[in-house]
Design a protein around this ligand. Structure first.
Ligand SMILES: Cc1cc2nc3c(=O)[nH]c(=O)nc-3n(C[C@H](O)[C@H](O)[C@H](O)COP(=O)(O)OP(=O)(O)OC[C@H]3O[C@@H](n4cnc5c(N)ncnc54)[C@H](O)[C@@H]3O)c2cc1C
Length: 501
């Protein structure tokens, strides 16, 4: 059913944060010849200024846009990321790394961790992480990119600089930028479709398709089109964050740190010129002022900014493509910062839009396809995040007792049960996180399987023990030869504000 018969030529992007400029970059580079694209952003409002850790698919997106890695890293003072170090999550004093690497070598019948579980019965003392190259490199704070070495990685970068980098890139493909604050959204009296955005200056910006990247405000998708929001606070208890930037106190490790506190968790994201820090917390368990104090006490380097509190509601926009408006970024929903999925979801969102672009008019089937794809992806990603909170043995604070005892989505409960009983872990269709991620986090959160797949008993005890010892040794040798992460960054992509000169 065609809801808007006219052709779509003029695209207006409202908002110039990470989401707005990502959409602008991708659309202008891929479809700039057939679309007229304008972006409106307000310097007065500014951007949220957080969102500096990513996951590996960003490299695929950059490749699509033909972004040069070294140029991008220099411009955004970026460092490499091989995973996340989780500290104090299942129990105080625990530490595990959720890395972007694969766990050993799977067989067609079962995943590698089954062999590792068998080896424990045989008395082999090793961690599952000893069989994961990226995890060992992260632990040793080593990094290198080379055609001879397959390594799965992402980046940490300066969010403000990233938006600027994408802006320069999109402007190179002819995108028009208007600086100004949107005052009013004009809708068609009959269809309710958006006709134009009116700025405080009086300027009217007309369009055929509008991309709402106005952040939590959701100026078009919610304030105008009332698309609704599904709240996930009952599964994701944190609703606030306090952020502060600090000087680098030590060379940057190639991982994000995620340290559990009594009423939430703290991130440390090391860049070339500073560290981004933040405490994500539940306002039912900790007040804003107390959170600020807790963060300031915990940070390691000298503060460069004052602590800034941000409020959010976890959940998803019920309809992300509504009439002739598609929401991206925070305007489309927010799972929460743990595991750094939002920028990835923006990239998937804009890619999906390019696949389903309504060139000859908005139709119900295009909208349905887009909305369903987004819903599934958000829900599956959400389950992975809820796992971290729920699978805890901490009972030292009200917050952790709440997380441990809260109900969880049935889909997640099933997955945990399956792993506990049989060590079976899986990556479902359209799921972002691989089986290696599920396994590393479930084991890291102390979910220990009662049994395992007996394909792991096919090898003799001696052969299995020798195979595993050789595997560990080969990873250890490769890691030993790699440069220190900070040294590699300094020579490969040194930014002008790099502090290790
Ligand atoms: C605490 C926290 C930590 C996060 N960490 C990560 C992370 O590590 N990794 C990750 O992937 N994601 C993270 N996110 C999520 C998200 O990726 C980032 O916050 C990201 O920077 C959001 O970008 P955005 O473009 O959606 O929103 P914003 O940065 O808020 O941009 C909104 C834009 O809209 C404009 N605007 C708004 N109203 C108007 C108006 N009336 N007129 C004109 N312009 C207007 C603003 O000026 C701005 O340009 C985090 C989120 C939070 C809250």
């Amino acid at each position: 059913m065609n809801l808007q018969a006219r052709e779509i030529n003029k695209v207006v992007i409202a908002g110039g944060g990470t989401a707005g400029w990502l959409a602008a970059a991708a659309l202008s580079q891929q479809l700039g010849r057939v679309l007229d694209i304008t972006l409106i952003e307000s310097d007065e409002i500014g951007t949220i200024g957080v969102g500096e850790a990513t996951i590996p698919p960003i490299r695929v997106f950059h490749k699509l846009l033909q972004i040069d890695e070294q140029e991008f890293m220099r411009a955004t003072a970026a460092t490499f990321k091989l995973g996340i170090s989780f500290e104090n999550w299942a129990r105080k004093g625990d530490r595990y790394i959720h890395s972007f690497g694969r766990n050993g070598k799977p067989t067609w019948m079962c995943e590698f961790h089954n062999f590792w579980l068998r080896s424990r019965e045989l008395g082999v003392e090793s961690e599952l992480g000893d069989y994961c190259f990226e995890l060992q490199a992260a632990k040793a704070e080593k990094f290198v990119t080379s055609p001879q070495l397959e390594i799965n990685y992402a980046y940490h970068f300066d969010a403000g600089q990233y938006a600027k980098f994408l802006r320069r890139y999109a402007e190179g493909f002819g995108i028009k930028r208007i600086e100004g604050k949107i005052k009013e959204v004009k809708q068609n009296g009959e269809s309710g479709f958006i006709d134009a955005l009116v700025l405080h200056s009086g300027q009217i910006v007309e369009g055929d398709l509008f991309i709402d990247c106005t952040g939590f405000r959701g100026l078009l998708i919610e304030q105008t089109l009332k698309s609704g929001y599904e709240n996930w606070a009952h599964w994701l208890p944190c609703d606030s964050a306090v952020a502060v930037q600090t000087e680098l106190a030590a060379p940057a490790p190639p991982y994000t740190r995620s340290i559990a506190h009594d009423a939430g968790w703290r991130w440390c994201i090391p860049l070339q010129h500073r560290v981004g820090n933040g405490l994500v917390f539940s306002s039912s368990h900790l007040g804003d002022e107390a959170a600020k104090e807790e963060l300031v006490l915990a940070i390691e380097g000298k503060p460069l900014t004052s602590p800034r509190v941000l409020k959010f509601q976890t959940g998803r926009r019920r309809v992300v493509w509504n009439k002739n408006c598609v929401a991206l970024g925070l305007a489309s929903g927010f799972i929460e910062p743990l595991e750094s999925t939002s920028i990835h979801l923006m990239m998937v969102g804009v890619t999906r839009l390019m696949h389903l672009f309504p060139f000859s008019g908005v139709t119900q089937s295009l909208m349905d396809q887009y909305n369903e794809g987004t819903r599934l992806e958000m829900e599956k990603t959400r389950d992975f995040i809820v796992l971290h909170y729920h699978a805890t043995q901490r009972d030292d604070s009200e917050f952790w007792r709440h997380c441990r005892d809260m109900s969880i989505p049935d889909s997640l409960a099933h997955r945990i049960e399956l792993f506990k009983e049989s060590a079976y872990a899986f990556q479902g269709a359209d799921e972002l996180f691989r089986v290696d991620s599920w396994t590393q986090v479930m084991l890291g959160q102390r979910i220990l399987p009662k049994s395992y797949h007996y394909a792991a008993r096919i090898l003799s005890d001696e052969d299995l023990t020798k195979f595993l010892a050789d595997y560990r040794a080969s990873i250890a040798q490769t890691v030993a030869r790699m440069p220190v992460h900070q040294d590699f960054v300094n020579q490969y992509c040194r930014s002008s504000n790099n502090v290790w000169n």
